[in-house]
Design a protein. Structure first.
Length: 358
DNA sequence: TAGATTTGACCGAT
DNA sequence: ATCGGTCAAATCTA
């Protein structure tokens, strides 16, 4: 019985992904100056919807049963990111399809490489306030507890835990919990949507030049960028209140919704995720080669979607984007990049601009 | 002075 | 009883 369900879900998943692929192809053919914006928007919406469904299924990973017998983790390459883990896709892919209806909440973890940043509240685009620190049994370094600064003002319940890796002190493990419901979150979400569109635009323009193409780009783009590449290593750790999270109404207090379709889907995912992110210096290194957009960092920053994660960004806002990580594992955006891999995000967004996120 | 951080106490889960 | 997570008073800082 359960096996049948699993097969059905697997087929559904494949179907959704295949559909997304086909739609992306259509989109590619539409990426011409003569193409109407409506057509492109419609295709993007469909693609995102397909990936949304597929990813929703994947997000079942971590249900109680799965937790009882943790999925085998494979150290990603085993060197610089000792604690970065992935699900062993061969032996555990079936768990992905396990449904859990009793869980009231779901979480997810992403591991990214970051390096020398402060142990605590590294910038990830959101404002965090430290509310505790604990020595963890078996860990060489204390764990810091942070909650969204807007918890009181806006009731934002997002929290994160930061802990330096035992095996590699240069790595930080950041576990995000809960969703951002603050205005900041909405800004980031919209930024992500913008980025997608910008990406398409870039695709249409065939690699716009850095200097000359200095049109005003949405500041939030950066966050999107992170969303795309933030998590080289993502691990779903726990699943909770999937229903609540996904369908919980989300408000966009101040930012006009550029694309309702995209925004809603993307964001509902974005704000619910729990993930762990490890950071490497290279990840935020301003000296990263521009030509190496999506360049692979020493931390093997290529996530499970095949996306490189080494992103050049201003240190101050980098982490914000990492919140977008939510989008890394849950947003269809990440997958889109597979199709639009020629889009040069870096050349299209002023990541170096200090006021990028102001 | 308001907001952020520190840190020991407290509480719930196991 | 132990541990992880949170609270909240004291302290710091811009």
């Amino acid at each position: 019985m359960e096996k049948k369900n699993m097969e059905f879900e697997q087929k559904t998943l494949i179907n959704e992904l295949t559909q997304g692929k086909e739609l992306a192809k259509q989109l590619m053919s539409q990426l011409q100056p003569s193409s109407s914006k409506e057509t492109i928007d419609a295709l993007v919406g469909k693609i995102l919807s397909s990936y949304e469904k597929a990813l929703s299924m994947l997000n079942w990973v971590g249900e109680p049963k799965a937790l009882e017998s943790p999925p085998s983790m494979t150290s990603f390459e085993n060197t610089s990111s000792p604690r970065s883990v992935f699900y062993d896709q061969d032996s555990n892919h079936r768990d992905v399809f396990k449904k859990r209806k009793t869980m009231s909440k779901w979480t997810e973890k992403i591991s990214v490489c970051l390096g020398t940043g402060p142990e605590g509240p590294m910038e990830d685009g959101y404002s965090w306030r430290k509310y505790g620190q604990k020595d963890i049994l078996g860990a060489n370094h204390p764990r810091g507890y942070f909650r969204c600064t807007h918890r009181k003002a806006q009731g934002c319940l997002a929290t994160k835990q930061v802990q330096r890796s035992d095996q590699d002190p240069s790595l930080l493990e950041v576990t995000y919990k809960g969703r951002h419901t603050c205005s900041r979150a909405s800004q980031l979400a919209m930024a992500s949507v913008s980025l997608i569109k910008q990406g398409f635009k870039a695709e249409k323009n065939q690699f716009p030049h850095h200097e000359e193409g200095k049109e005003e780009k949405p500041k939030q783009s950066q966050s999107t960028f992170f969303g795309l590449g933030a998590g080289p290593e993502v691990k779903t750790e726990d699943l909770d209140t999937r229903e609540d999270d996904i369908f919980q109404p989300f408000s966009f207090p101040s930012t006009p919704v550029e694309s309702e379709n995209l925004g809603n889907h993307f964001f509902s995912e974005m704000i619910d995720t729990d993930f762990t992110v490890s950071f490497s210096p290279s990840f935020i290194s301003p000296t990263s080669s521009e030509s190496a957009y999506f360049s692979v960092s020493p931390c093997h920053n290529i996530n499970s979607f095949g996306l490189a994660n080494n992103v050049k960004t201003p240190e101050s806002d980098l982490n914000e984007i990492l919140s977008a990580p939510t989008s890394v594992s849950n947003s269809p955006i990440g997958d889109l990049d597979l199709t639009l891999d020629r889009v040069d995000f870096e050349s299209n967004f002023p990541f170096d601009s200090p006021e990028f996120f102001t």
